[in-house]
Design a protein around this ligand. Structure first.
Ligand code: ADP
Length: 806
């Protein structure tokens, strides 16, 4: 061997620069060789004695390193095998023989050569032996730990390391086989002192172990997370496949998975998603056909059906909106203007939420259909929520799902029905909402309409908050009186009034008739309703403020016509004023002339009801008796008190009115207000009762064509009343010529329909004397100065007719 070494030392040996690798003695290693110089060096070695000096280069980026760029210490190795690879590279297997160091640099071209000498480790001193043994033991222990952390080494290598007794070999063996930076490996290779080498390796191993254990910890965590996700994914996938194979929707796991998937797809807010997933979890633990499972299934289905993130895009063309409103509705100019204004504001300030319109007016004047048109011109879904008769808070907010038959409230149901979270919700008949011991629905309604609170509206059934602030709320009411003030406060009120005869005619002709004909499959060549027949329909078949009944009557006509056509009784049906009774039967309301003469004790009052204005005759009869007062006709307390106030006023003015001042002792008075079965109340009949009483007591007739409205005080002052527009329309409809109104109501005349103003003379009254002056047919009994009427007498008398039930 020594001879061989000497030979090696004498002749220059090919040098192969290793990139990022360090070779150790007694180690078999394979690597690829591609650089020209390296290939030439290998070839040369193969031609000689197959020995080559392997030395690491300092910087792996150097492609053609010179001696300065190589370390000094390397290993002389024997080439065991060379394989030519297709890409002109060689795969080499070498075995390290001994550590060596460059003694003399040789050629640079065509490959590096150098004279090298063996560089053996210095033997340790015998008294250091114990320390060396200890170090070796420690290193083996560290290596064992290393193996636990990085168990990638072949078993035979491990065995040979663990059984190695030579300290120098041990170090080289370990350093050659573990993953280390090449600089560290080179440092170990260069170190000749055994003890220092051992110490160096133990520090490196110690370090390596701690890095590896941290790395392992991180890996474990990542793996754990990955495993969990992977596992879940795989399980779910399996369930899905099993489900589709078996078509087994009854399996709780399958069901839970289906719910899971649906919930995830909705991208809900964290709070909501958590709650729903909890319910699914709960469901999966319940027996399949238990009652509770049914409840939870119902709950989940309802929740998943809600439009959490579905909305429609608003159309914001004001001109088009107006066109839609005009197309669907005749007249109602002011109402349309107000609506367009509201829409314009919405367009300018889209984030302005909580604007709520309230359409107030008698039934059938188009509140609902206006709301529908608004939805259409805004491009929103339309849903109607009927609030009439709602007495229970849970109607609005739902019942907790634990109750049997629990359901969400009407608001959530409406959204579910709309399938969009920004529909137009029509809250119909908000004035008919009551309250009782079951809770106050109005306060729940407040939350619905309050833009601060409805961002997170809580339904008892749904339990999680739902944002309803994007919905556009429109309410309707017949009267504002019964709407709780805080609710009314939040609404923008738009009034719709009773239609006049002419308006009804136009609505019917231009809208209702076409609508019904289309519905009933009639064409203009098969069906015709003459104008005079339409007027008969309006005058004699319906009695209403709006046009709903009228529409029903037209529908009835269409039905009958359709029947005739189908039965081939004729080819075209024409309804005229003459033949209308053949279709609809006898007229329901006869057009009667006004009373044929002025009568004693009968005065015509004007009443306002939620369905519009009406005339209200009041009859008084006085007979000898003992001063009893009888009031009949379902009168309310306020009306009864009004009658008593009127009597007290008459007593105080008896002398001036030429009435027996003891009438309250020796006469029985009976006041009756037909129609007896309909309840009536309110103070506005005060002056009418007083007039009828005075007429009956003084035997002076009352003018048949004068109607009146006004409250009376004990001193005979006339106080203002409400609903003037509707009342005067009723007076006009039944052919009155004069209407006495309280002086304080004069400003309200501006609202009165023009056609009514044209035909009726309005007389303002400050006190009862003004009223009597106008209403009594003969010389007034009191000597008050005469009042100028507010308006000139009508130019032409309206048909003196009165529609009364037959
Ligand atoms: P409300 O909600 O006020 O009770 P609706 O909206 O239900 O009344 O109206 C009843 C019917 O009368 C509907 O078919 C409606 O289209 C029709 N209608 C009411 N007013 C008009 C109008 N001005 N022009 C056209 N149709 C009308």
């Amino acid at each position: 061997m020594n001879n061989e070494l000497d030979k090696d030392a004498l002749c220059p040996m090919p040098v192969l620069a290793l990139r990022g690798l360090v070779m150790f003695p007694n180690m078999v290693m394979h690597f690829d060789v591609g650089r020209k110089k390296s290939v030439a060096a290998l070839n040369k070695a193969m031609q000689e004695n197959q020995r080559i000096f392997l030395v690491a280069q300092r910087d792996i980026r150097d492609d053609d390193p010179s001696f300065e760029q190589l370390y000094k210490v390397g290993v002389v190795a024997e080439i065991r095998q060379i394989l030519k690879m297709p890409s002109d590279t060689l795969k080499v297997v070498v075995e390290g023989l001994y550590r060596a160091k460059v003694r003399q640099k040789g050629e640079l071209e065509p490959y590096l050569t150098a004279q090298v000498v063996q560089y053996p480790c210095r033997k340790s001193r015998t008294d250091d032996q114990v320390y060396v043994d200890a170090l070796m033991r420690a290193i083996k222990a560290l290596f064992e730990e290393y193996m636990m952390l990085s168990p990638r080494m072949p078993k035979d290598v491990v065995m040979s390391i663990m059984s190695c007794e030579n300290p120098a070999n041990l170090v080289e063996h370990i350093a050659g086989n573990i993953v280390l930076k090449y600089q560290d490996k080179q440092q170990i290779l260069e170190e000749s002192n055994i003890i220092r080498r051992l110490e160096m390796l133990s520090v490196i191993l110690e370090n390596e172990n701690s890095v590896l254990s941290v790395e392992q910890e991180i890996n474990e965590k990542v793996k754990e997370q990955l495993d969990r996700n992977q596992r879940e994914y795989v399980l779910r996938e399996q369930i899905r496949i099993i489900n589709s194979e078996l078509n087994d929707s009854d399996n709780p796991a399958v069901e839970a998975e289906t719910y899971h998937e649906k919930i995830r797809k909705l991208h809900l807010k964290e709070e909501v998603e958590k709650k729903l997933l909890e319910e699914v979890n709960h469901l999966s633990k319940l027996p399949n056909n238990s009652h509770e499972a049914g409840v939870i299934r119902g709950y989940l289905d309802t929740c998943l059906d809600l439009p959490w993130n579905t909305s429609t895009k608003d159309k914001v063309d004001i001109q088009k909106a107006r066109a839609v409103l005009d197309r669907d509705h005749y007249g109602l100019e002011k109402v349309k203007d107000r609506i367009i204004e509201a829409l314009a504001v919405r367009q300018l300030v889209p984030e302005l939420k909580g604007q709520i319109l309230c359409l107030v007016g008698p039934p059938g004047v188009g509140k609902t259909s206006i709301a529908k048109s608004i939805a259409q011109c805004m491009g929103r879904k339309y849903v109607r929520v009927s609030l009439g008769g709602v007495r229970d808070e849970s109607d609005i907010r739902g019942h907790r799902k634990t109750y049997i038959g629990a359901m969400p409230g009407r608001i959530i149901n409406a959204l579910r029905q709309a399938k969009s979270n920004n529909p137009l919700i029509l809250l119909d008949e908000i004035d008919k909402m009551g309250n009782d011991f079951r809770g106050d629905p109005a306060s729940a309604m407040l939350e619905v309409l309050d833009s601060e609170q409805n961002v997170a509206f809580r339904d008892h059934y749904i339990e999680v908050p739902f944002d309803i602030s994007d919905a556009f709320f429109i309410t309707t009411a017949n009267t504002l009186d019964t709407i709780p003030a805080p609710l009314l406060d939040r609404m923008d009120v738009i009034h719709l009034y009773t239609y006049t005869r002419e308006e009804k005619f136009h609505i019917a002709k231009e809208h209702l008739l076409q609508k019904q004909m289309k519905k009933h499959g009639l064409l203009s060549k098969t069906f015709k309703l003459n104008d005079d027949a339409l007027y008969v329909l309006i005058d004699n078949y319906v009695r209403e403020s709006g046009v709903r009944q009228l529409e029903r009557m037209i529908a009835a006509l269409c039905r009958k016509a359709a029947k005739k056509l189908v039965a081939k009784e004729c080819k075209k049906v024409t309804v005229t004023a003459k033949n209308i009774e053949e279709f609809l039967g006898p007229k329901k309301y006869k057009v009667e002339p006004l009373l044929s003469r002025d009568e004693v004790g009968v005065a015509t009052g004007l009443a306002w009801t939620s369905v519009g204005g009406e005339t209200m005759p009041i009859e008084v009869s006085v007979v000898d008796g003992s001063g009893r007062l009888e009031l009949t006709g379902s009168l309310g307390d306020v009306m009864k008190e009004s009658a008593k106030a009127a009597i007290t006023y008459i007593r105080s003015r008896a002398e001036k009115l030429h009435i027996d001042k003891d009438f309250y002792k020796n006469k029985d008075i009976h006041i009756h207000v037909p129609e007896g079965a309909i309840p009536k109340d309110g103070p506005s009949a005060g002056i009418t009762m007083a007039s009828a009483l005075i007429s009956a007591l003084s035997n002076v007739p009352i003018k048949r064509d004068v109607a009146m409205t006004g409250e009376i005080t004990l001193r005979g002052r006339v106080l203002a009343i409400g609903g003037l527009k509707e009342k005067t329309m009723a007076a006009y409809a039944c052919g009155m010529k004069t209407v006495i109104i309280p002086q304080d109501n004069l400003p309200d005349l501006a609202e009165v329909t023009p056609v009514v103003k044209e035909h009726i003379r309005f007389v303002p009254a400050q006190n009862m004397d003004d009223v009597l002056h106008e209403v009594l047919a003969q010389v007034p009994p009191c000597e008050e100065p005469q009042k100028e009427p507010l308006m000139p007498p009508p130019a032409q008398a309206q048909g003196q007719t009165q529609a009364l039930p037959i």
